[in-house]
Design a protein around this ligand. Structure first.
Ligand code: NAD
Ligand code: DAU
Length: 342
């Protein structure tokens, strides 16, 4: 079975999909703090050992290493991940994404981890003009507290390789969609609202563009980077599937048989990045990886998954999430923005 994989943030969206991908083939220890975004239900049926703890607490990280048998490789997903929340309060982002990553790197070094796969994001490159694609050596230009904290953690991870020889590999994924995504993110939020016949909040003119990747493709890319990536290197994991937000929203409405009158242009996200465009050529060349999902087909399957798992959605949406929803969208949806302020 090889080494044990210590998966941080394994109860979140991408982490739990990754654990499902490798469970049964690898020994897995999950270290997760179970913040509002962590949900043990996401891991039901997947063989793993669970350690509840905070990556920013060295004692918690050491307990997770103790729970692993034999040699360990770290796959580091744990993070605060929602851009809008980072605009509301950047502190938890710095604590987990920056300090937490440093604590994890230090303990991984102390325990002689075989590999340290740091999961990062295409957001660190910042907004790109149409037709421009960012290779791994492009200038970093993060524009919000979330992406700035991720860029910081990328630098710390690569510094641990350069200064201490820790075998770090960094991946930068594009926008994920698929099952078990917390419904504060665009795709599951819109599916949930459309199911309920509620308005779909579209920031600004809705012509913002993202590169969408199915979560299984992303997880397979992370595994390929862990197994075949070169220490000290960065790999973009892009879906190479560019869509404008309004087109994604219209697709969701159509798939659920709901009217376009549910689209509601609301006040824009401050500093909203117009377009991301990671260049995936290096991952294709060096990892022999490329995404397999066809966007419209995989998005239709994703919509069906949320539709058929309404109870999961309801349970996740009760509690903390609804407090955030009212804080963030209450005024926006009660008084949608006039066109000139979008
Ligand atoms: P998520 O918000 O769904 O899950 C994050 C998980 O981390 C949760 O289980 C949470 O409980 C846990 N966590 C948070 N703080 C912690 C701490 N201090 N200690 C231990 N656990 C903690 O996130 P996601 O969307 O699955 O993203 C996972 C990773 O992938 C992140 O590093 C993110 O930056 C990166 N990423 C995400 C996307 C995307 O589209 N979602 C794209 C590219 C990269
Ligand atoms: O690019 C990778 C990143 O993708 C990850 O690193 C982040 O963790 C992840 O959250 C995601 O960031 P985005 O900001 O791109 O994702 P989000 O789902 O928040 O928004 C997607 C697009 O939809 C973006 O242009 C903002 C817009 N949007 C979002 C929300 C929540 C809306 O129009 N309305 C909304 O209510």
């Amino acid at each position: 079975m090889g080494e044990t994989l210590l998966v941080t943030g394994g109860a979140g969206f991408i982490g739990s999909n990754f654990v499902r991908l490798v469970a049964g083939k690898r020994r897995v220890v999950v270290l997760d703090k179970l913040t509002y975004a962590g949900n043990l239900e996401n891991l039901a049926g997947a063989d793993h050992v669970f350690v509840k703890g905070d990556i920013a607490e060295p004692g918690d990280v050491r307990r997770a290493f103790d729970a692993a048998e034999g040699p360990v490789s770290v796959v580091h997903f744990a993070a605060e991940t929602h851009v809008d929340r980072s605009i509301e309060d950047g502190f938890p982002f710095l604590r987990t994404n920056v300090l937490g990553t440093q604590v994890l790197l230090d303990v991984a070094r102390e325990r002689g981890a075989l590999r340290f796969l740091h999961v990062s994001t295409d957001e660190v490159y910042g907004p790109l003009a149409p037709g421009v694609f960012a290779a791994e050596d492009a200038r970093l230009c993060p524009t919000n507290p979330y992406s700035a904290s991720k860029a910081g953690s990328d630098h710390l991870a690569l510094a641990a390789h350069r200064t201490h020889g820790l075998p770090v590999i960094v991946t930068r994924g594009s926008n994920n969609y698929g099952p078990y995504q917390f419904p504060e993110k665009f795709v599951p939020l819109l599916i949930a609202n459309a199911r309920d016949g509620k308005p779909l909040p579209i920031y600004g003119d809705g012509l913002y563009e993202r590169d969408w990747i199915h979560v299984t493709d992303h997880c397979e890319g992370i595994l390929a980077a862990l197994e075949r990536g070169r220490p000290g290197e960065i790999y973009n994991l892009a879906g190479s599937c560019h869509r404008k937000n309004l087109d994604v929203a219209r697709f969701i409405l159509k798939a659920l048989g709901k009217p376009e009158s549910l689209l509601r242009h609301v006040q824009d996200r401050p500093g909203h990045d117009r377009r991301y465009g990671p260049d995936p050529a290096k991952a294709a060349r060096e990892l022999q990886w490329k995404p397999r999902a066809k966007f419209e087909q995989a998005l239709a399957e994703t919509i069906r998954w949320y539709d058929e798992n309404g109870e999961w959605l309801d349970r996740v949406r009760s509690g903390e999430y609804m407090g955030y929803y009212e804080r963030h969208y209450g005024d926006r949806l009660r008084s949608p923005a006039p066109p000139h302020t979008r």
